[in-house]
Design a protein around this ligand. Sequence first.
Ligand code: 5GP
Ligand code: ZN
Length: 114
Amino acid sequence: MSADCLFCKIVEGKIPASKTFENDNVIGFVDIHPQAKIHLLFVHKTHTADINELSGDPKSLGEIFQAITEYTKAQGLDKNGFRVVTNLGKHAGQTVFHTHFHVLSGEHLGRFGS
Ligand code: 5GP
Ligand code: ZN
């Protein structure tokens, strides 16, 4: 838990979120400003700021991807496909500094980048 971290507060249930997935280590919830028909965020319950910090803990990194695989398979999202995105820093537009993976699906997604 990191004081004043929005996603730590969601993990702890102090701020409400529409949770779609939870196990001992990871939660998935609906993004408040969806950029696709399905737009979820997967976060580890242990706080890290970004993917660089999370990469120092490969077990947790694996647990997030296992959760994404489990959820997307259970929902059949792998049939038509989905996208996983993580942002690090200013140029990528990271706004919440608790590592999270966007999972976008449910429709044909445009190409990214500009
Ligand atoms: P980033 O820009 O850091 O990659 O992604 C942060 C994401 O968190 C954004 O897509 C934003 O819509 C989402 N977000 C910000 N505040 C909240 C919140 O209070 N609840 C939920 N569910 N999503 C949030
Ligand atoms: Zn946090």
